[in-house]
Design a protein around this ligand. Structure first.
Ligand code: FES
Length: 167
């Protein structure tokens, strides 16, 4: 007769451990799913946000475009407004981020009367050319970022920012 027989006590112990583990998994899975639920939600519209600006109305003069979207931070929803400076260069739509590459202030178009046709950062007098290139000798060390751009039903849609491709 084999000495490897499972005793009644061992059998009971294995069975209870198995059943206990199964029940624990059944309780933990819904809790885990609930905890990561915001991460699993699908967001409508992909990464692009439609603006209120018609492509046809955009000219070669940069205009400030508001970019409104709902941000979900775990369970907290808030409406966020970002800004882009948008203009046409021939047929190409250019959308630049207003965030200064020095310390992150907001740049404005032609806000320094001494330097027309440039973006100006009021915090430390940083300057950029129209295509976002930082003017040497001013504090910013790199060009303004660019938004991804696309047309949707004749309206401008803006996507994520990327490194400037114009400079
Ligand atoms: S933050 Fe723009 S120049 Fe300093």
């Amino acid at each position: 007769m084999s000495n490897n027989r499972v005793s009644r006590r061992q059998f009971l112990s294995y069975t209870l451990t198995g059943v206990g583990g199964f029940m624990a998994a059944g309780m933990l899975m819904p809790m885990l799913r609930f905890a990561i639920d915001p991460l699993l939600q699908k967001h409508d519209g992909g990464n692009f946000i439609k603006t209120e600006h018609k492509i046809a109305d955009i000219t070669d003069k940069p205009i400030k475009v508001d970019l409104k979207f709902e941000q979900v931070d775990a369970w907290y929803k808030s409406e966020v407004t970002n800004v882009a400076w948008v203009y046409k260069d021939g047929d190409q739509i250019i959308a630049l981020s207003p965030v200064c590459k020095h310390l992150g202030c907001m740049v404005g178009w032609e806000q320094d009367s001494g330097h027309p046709n440039q973006f100006f950062c009021p915090c430390h007098a940083g300057r950029y050319e129209k295509n976002g290139k930082n003017v040497p000798g001013t504090p910013p060390t790199g060009p303004l970022d660019e938004y991804e751009v696309k047309e949707e039903d004749g309206y401008l849609s803006l996507g994520p920012t990327k490194a400037n491709t114009l400079v």
